[in-house]
Design a protein around this ligand. Structure first.
Ligand code: SAH
Ligand code: MG
Length: 188
């Protein structure tokens, strides 16, 4: 695992922070989650961590960047998890799935969170969960710091997503100030 963490650091790949990943794996264990859809594999770090919680957990994970996907394939085979982690190399918006899941973990393009949520929640089992990462976006979401126009727009979109979750009557959402900011939404 250290090897993957070091690779991520070297090549600037935004894998989950330590306390964030610990929160996520603890949640999966506590709530007995068995099937997971992840949007944003990167190099497979969070997928591997989630799969290692229990040997009857199955994960489907989508990554659009080909070189990251290839690195994820390598890492997953190092851990012999090919049978339990299914990787899809495509833009998530091109992917349609018929399976249903206990957890949808959204950790991809931060400006698209509402669209990911709406596209994939039909695949969520009743009374189950959507978890979203990076709602603080490296501390920028609640800062008055000067930012480029692009960054400002991204922060605005993250705030729109936060409002969307708060107002969504079909889900109960709790926000956690752990890692880079994580939300847990429970389908009513
Ligand atoms: N979950 C990973 C980190 C993911 S980083 C971990 O913690 O280990 C976010 C990834 O989402 C990036 O690799 C990026 O290429 C991917 N991504 C962004 N938008 C996407 C989309 N629309 N479809 C598929 N992958 C996407
Ligand atoms: Mg993240």
């Amino acid at each position: 695992m250290l090897e993957i963490e070091e690779y991520a650091k070297k090549y600037n790949i935004p894998i989950m922070q330590k306390d964030g990943i610990n929160f996520l794996t603890g949640f999966i264990k506590k709530n007995n989650i068995k099937s997971i859809l992840e949007i944003g594999t990167a190099i497979g770090y969070s997928a591997i961590k989630m799969a290692l919680v229990a040997d009857d957990i199955y994960i489907t994970s989508i990554e659009r960047d080909v070189s990251r996907y290839k690195e994820a394939v390598k890492n997953i085979s190092k851990y012999n998890l090919e049978d339990r982690i299914t990787l899809i190399c495509d833009d998530a918006f091109n992917v349609s799935l018929t399976d249903s899941f206990d957890l949808i973990f959204i950790d991809a393009a931060k400006a698209q969170n509402i669209k990911f949520f709406n596209k994939f929640t039909p695949n969520l089992n009743d009374k189950k969960y959507v978890i979203t990462d990076n709602l603080n976006f490296h501390g920028l979401v609640n800062s008055r710091q000067e930012m480029s126009k692009n960054l400002r727009q991204l922060v605005k979109k993250i705030n729109n997503y936060i409002d969307f979750l708060k107002e969504n009557k079909d889900y109960d959402t709790t926000f956690y100030d752990v890692g880079d900011g994580i939300s847990v939404s429970i389908k009513r």
